[in-house]
Design a protein around this ligand. Sequence first.
Ligand code: C2E
Ligand code: CA
Ligand code: CA
Length: 677
Amino acid sequence: MASKSEKKYRKIKRSHVWGSLIQFVLFAVVSAVLVAAAIQLILAYIIDTKIAAEYKSIQYMAKLYELRTGDDDIYDVLNEEGHGYIVTDAAGNVVYANGENTCGIEGGLITLPAQTEKILVYRDTERGYVYPGSNGRLNLEFEAFRKWLGAEGDEAEKDFDLVSEHSSMFNLPIWISVDAGGGEHLVGKALFKANKRDVYMFSALIAAIAVLIVVILVSMLIGAIKSFVRQRRMLDLFFNDMVTGGRNWTWFLVKGEQLLKKRVRSNDRFAVVNLVLVNYRNYCMCHSVAEGEKLLLNVYRKINSSIGRKEICAHTTSSNFALLIKCSDELEARERIEKLIGTLETTGTDHKFSFHAGVFILDMEKGNNGQRFKRDDIDIDTAYNNASTARATLDDNDDSGIAFFDEKLKDEHKWIDTVQERQQAALDNEEFLVYYQPKYDPRTNELKGAEALIRWNSPEFGLIPPGRFIPIFEKNGFITSIDHYMIRHVARDQKAWLDKGCRCVPVSVNVSRAHFVEDDLAEQIRDMVDEIGTPHEFIEIELTESAFFDDKRAMLRTISRLKEYGFAVSMDDFGSGYSSLNSLKDMPLDVLKLDAEFFRDESAGKRGQIVVSEAIKLAKNLNMRIVAEGVEVREQVDFLAGEGCDMIQGYFFAKPMPGNEYEDRMALGTAPKDQPN
Ligand code: C2E
Ligand code: CA
Ligand code: CA
């Protein structure tokens, strides 16, 4: 889909949470490494500084030994220093040892703080936890030392006592070798002593660092949790439908795609449904918007409780709901939706509601190009659009109903798109032609008038009848341009014919009801005709019956003004659909056009004749002329002539024809003799 909503959704999902989590983990790892390094460094520093003092003392002993005179026993003097030590000769043999000789052979050079010279040290064979490291410093074997402290704590205590420093907690030996001249070395047992204060301070330091890190980690964790919660809230808001408090269209898009993507390899089939509560606006008007929204909420709840786990539903706009449901075929989908509508119809207590459902079945077997459906083929937006298109075919019906999207509908929609795309260019290129259908007096066969009917002569599609494009223009508003175009062309033709000396009769032009929202419609028509200079009596305006329902006052005003300017006004399609007897009473109309339906086979019987005859009488009483449309056979002509019908416009006399042919009809003045029967 990669739609805008999905992108926004992804952005919200990505934001904050992952960043905080990564920060948290990074910080945890880095601080662990840093703490380990810090502990090592601090330990090394403590050891170094402690050992430095011991080194000084051993250095002093070595000096004493080197400078011995032989007067007194040098060993007695050295022993007083309190260190264990050994003296080695040039060959490395021990010549003297004070205390137990536990000097190991593993040794190395180290540097003590603030000293440049390197000193040679050996590890103790018994408690060699301090040792010369390869880094040139003294290191502590921390783990082993810790274990020794724990396991042999008591013995260790005894060892400390030996050294007679009661406040010490432990002594760790390291042997320092100092040159004593003449190839001899004095190797002294230096003790790394830690008393309780040292241990406490060290522990306190480590604890402080640990606490600090824990505090930082916890606050980071809280931050991460907070941003996670915030993200959830944002997503909720993003997907929230204000009216029902449920899920909205964006959610439907995102979730629908996720759901289908997961199921693409399964054998499940899905249908996208556009479900509409019919006459929702009326309900709101009769009750209130708040009541209406309550109703929508109930409908939403009912839908939600009737769908399965792997199915979704959202409230999209106004009284529209989107559903994605599982179904194996059209039949199953129909059954399910019928059942759903059945429960929804009784949502209110005292009211039976109607619902329209448009259904688009996702063909998971066949995606694009007839190959198996792929993840990229998923397009919920288009699927819902198709479902809505199917649903729109039910729009004229107030009862509940279900419509499925099929190829025919698709073609129809393509055609609508094509028409909308070309309409302006077609108008600019004068592709619309005016055809004229003559109206004859059935008693005298005289030409009495004509109706201008549009044709679209498309270079691409040939001659297109108005039924294929006028309803589209009526929906998209282009019809007003078309009506203007027709009035201008008819006025121009009439003017040209009058100038040529033709025996012109009034030509009626259809004006769409969409036009009646314009206040100055009568003036517009007058000005257009005047610009061309056609006398007004040669132009008649046809209004369809249904237009009389929209705004009676506006209609009356426009009709009165048109008549004032000298245009005749006729009511088209009288008797089709709604009865407009009431309008007849109020509107000062000149002509009544009986709908062609009266003369179709089924209604042409006795009862039909009665209705037609009464309608003619009614028109006469109201001082109106009457035109019968769609008359195809002689019997009807004779009947209408007998009833006093003024004009007949029908195939019996003539089909709509191009201007030049109509010109010949005008010249003839009466209907051609050889009329079909
Ligand atoms: P309408 O205004 O009721 O026009 C009469 C229609 O009945 C015309 O169809 C005409 O060809 C047809 N008709 C006339 N006599 C007979 C007959 O004896 N038998 C049969 N079967 N049909 C007959 P058309 O020209 O296809 O027009 C259809 C509709 O398109 C018109 O119905 C009108 O509503 C609309 N329309 C046509 N031209 C225009 C226009 O210039 N402006 C507007 N707004 N609508 C137009
Ligand atoms: Ca008409
Ligand atoms: Ca008509």
